[in-house]
Design a protein around this ligand. Structure first.
Ligand SMILES: Cc1cc2nc3c(=O)[nH]c(=O)nc-3n(C[C@H](O)[C@H](O)[C@H](O)COP(=O)(O)OP(=O)(O)OC[C@H]3O[C@@H](n4cnc5c(N)ncnc54)[C@H](O)[C@@H]3O)c2cc1C
Length: 431
C-alpha cells in the first residue's frame, strides 16, 4: 500500500496544535492535525482569560471575527476567610481601553473558530481521531498510528496537552511528579447579560475577572476564579494536585466547588443561573525547571505538552503560551523543510527561537513563583488575618469602641506578626 506522508502531523487540536496548523498551512506546508474530540474545543478546558496582547501580531487575520467573550476591564481579588471576605476591585483606564490586553473566552467556541480558519488556509483537520502511538524509523520519529492507520510525516508536533503521552514516548518528558501539576475544575453558568453587568458593575459588553484566595480552597494551595462571558460566567477552582490528594482535610474537588458556589458572596453572583457545562483538567505547573525537552529527531513539543503553563498567583496563564509555542514550532518545521534536515540538531532552532521570546523570559522570571506561593500560611493565616483586621475595624462592640490603632493591634496579635513576616518575606520577594 502507498505510504501517506505529510510535511507535518500535529497531535491534538487545542490552541497549540491549531496555532501550528494555521501557521504551517499559511506557509504552504502539507499539514494534518489529528484531534480525538468530536470537534476542536470539545475537550479543552480553561479558566477563561486569554492575554491577546502578546499574540495578536502572530495571527493578525483571526481576531476581527474571533468569538471572544468580553474584554476584561475590571480586575478583582477576593480574600476569603471562613466567615468573611475582602473584595479588592481595580479599575484602570489603561487596561480598560482598546486594544484590550485580555478577553474572556469559551474554548468550545474559540477553538472551533480557530480550526475553521486553519482549514481555510489549507490545513487538513481530522476530528474523532485518537493517535495511539508514534512511529519510529532508525531512531527518528517518522509518523503516527491512529485508529489502526499509519500516517507518515517529516515532523510530528506533539500538542496533546498536559501529561503528554507522546512526549513521554519520545523520551522528552521529565518523570511526572504530582508536585508539578494542578487540577482545575469549572462550571459555565448562564446568566442574562444585563444581570451580569449589574452584578459586576460593568457597562454593556465589558468584562471582569475575579480571583479568590484563602478559605475557597480550604486553605490548600490554589484559588478560585470567576470570569464574565457574554451570557455566562466561568466559575471554578484550581488546586495543587499534591495539596488536593495528600493534605488534610481530604476533600473531593466537586465538593469544594459546591461549597464555593454556596458561599453567600458567590451565591449572590450566580443566583438564578443555569449550569451549562462542567469540566475538569490537569494543568502543568512545574515551571522552567520541569519543562519537557522541546525537540528530538523528527519531533517537537508545544503548549501544555511541553509544560508551558504558569501559575503566577493572581493568574493562570497557558493559552497565549500554547498559541505562541505552536506558532514557533511551526516555523521550526518550516525552516527544517527548507534544508530537508529533520534531525534534532536542525529542529533545535525551536528552542533557540523560544529562548529569545517573552515566553521563555516569563518562565525564567517566574521560575520560583509556584514553589514560593505553595505555603499554607498564604492560604490560611494571611486571608484570616486580613478578615480579623476588617472585623476589628467594622464590628461594633456592645460597649465603648477602641481607636483604630489599638483595635488593629488586638486583631493582629502583634507578637506573632513580625515573626511570621520575617519567615515569609524571603518567599514574598520571589513572587
Ligand atoms: C481550570 C483551568 C483554568 C485555566 N485558566 C487559564 C486562564 O484563565 N488563562 C490561560 O491562559 N490559561 C489557563 N489555563 C491553561 C490553559 O487552558 C492551557 O494552558 C491551554 O489550554 C493549553 O492548550 P494546549 O493546546 O497546549 O492543550 P489542550 O487545550 O489541552 O489541547 C490538547 C488537545 O489534544 C487532544 N489530544 C490529547 N491526546 C490526543 C490523542 N492521543 N490523539 C488526538 N488528540 C489528542 C485533546 O483532545 C485536546 O484537544 C487553565 C487551565 C485549566 C485546566
Amino acid at each position: 500500500m502507498e505510504e501517506v506522508r505529510f510535511n507535518v502531523i500535529i497531535i491534538g487540536g487545542g490552541l497549540s496544535g491549531l496555532a501550528a496548523a494555521y501557521t504551517l498551512a499559511e506557509a504552504g506546508q502539507e499539514v494534518l492535525l489529528l484531534e480525538k474530540g468530536d470537534y476542536c474545543g470539545a475537550k479543552n478546558v480553561t479558566g477563561g482569560r486569554m492575554y491577546v496582547s502578546l499574540i495578536r501580531d502572530f495571527f493578525p487575520a483571526i481576531w476581527a471575527k474571533a468569538p471572544l467573550e468580553r474584554a476584561i476591564v475590571q480586575e478583582e481579588l477576593c480574600l476569603m476567610s471562613p466567615g468573611s471576605s475582602i473584595l479588592i476591585r481595580y479599575n484602570d483606564a489603561d487596561i480598560a481601553s482598546e486594544p484590550y490586553q485580555s478577553y474572556s473566552v469559551c474554548r468550545a467556541k474559540f477553538d472551533k473558530y480557530f480550526a475553521k480558519q486553519a482549514e481555510k488556509k489549507g490545513a487538513l483537520i481530522t476530528v474523532k481521531k485518537k493517535v495511539d502511538s508514534l512511529v519510529f524509523k532508525d531512531g527518528k520519529v517518522d509518523g503516527v498510528v491512529a485508529g489502526g492507520e499509519t500516517l507518515y510525516a517529516d515532523v510530528v508536533i506533539c500538542c496533546d496537552g498536559a501529561l503528554s503521552l507522546f512526549a513521554q514516548q519520545a523520551y522528552l518528558q521529565k518523570p511526572l511528579n504530582p508536585k508539578h501539576f494542578a487540577v482545575g475544575f469549572k462550571e459555565i453558568i448562564e446568566l442574562a447579560p444585563e444581570t451580569l453587568e449589574n452584578r459586576f458593575n460593568l457597562l454593556p459588553g465589558q468584562g471582569a475577572a475575579r480571583l479568590y484566595m484563602g478559605d475557597v480552597t480550604e486553605g490548600k494551595f490554589g484559588g478560585g476564579f470567576l470570569y464574565t462571558n457574554k451570557e455566562s460566567v466561568s466559575l471554578g477552582l484550581v488546586l495543587g494536585l499534591e495539596a488536593l490528594c495528600q493534605e488534610e482535610p481530604r476533600t473531593k474537588a466537586p465538593d469544594l466547588l459546591e461549597r464555593f458556589k454556596k458561599r453567600p458572596e458567590v451565591a449572590a453572583l450566580i443566583a438564578g443561573g443555569q449550569t451549562a457545562e462542567y469540566s475538569a483538567h490537569v494543568i502543568p505547573e512545574g515551571g522552567y525547571d520541569h519543562l519537557s525537552k522541546l525537540f528530538g529527531d523528527g519531533i517537537l513539543v508545544a503548549g501544555d505538552a511541553a509544560g508551558f503553563s504558569i501559575n503566577a498567583g493572581i493568574t493562570v496563564r497557558g493559552m497565549e503560551y500554547a498559541m505562541f509555542s505552536g506558532y514557533i514550532a511551526a516555523w521550526a518545521a518550516i525552516k527544517a523543510a527548507g534544508t530537508g534536515d529533520y534531525s534534532a540538531e536542525s529542529l533545535s532552532v525551536y528552542e533557540r527561537m523560544l529562548a529569545d521570546s517573552f515566553l521563555m523570559q516569563d518562565f525564567k522570571e517566574y521560575r520560583h513563583v509556584t514553589e514560593s506561593l505553595n505555603h499554607k500560611r498564604f492560604f490560611t493565616y494571611y486571608p484570616e488575618l486580613a478578615g480579623k483586621i476588617m472585623h476589628g475595624l467594622y464590628a461594633m462592640p456592645n460597649g465603648p469602641k477602641a481607636r483604630i490603632t489599638p483595635t488593629l493591634r488586638r486583631s493582629v496579635g502583634v507578637r506573632n506578626v513580625p515573626d511570621m513576616l520575617l519567615k515569609d518575606l524571603p518567599k514574598v520577594v520571589k513572587l
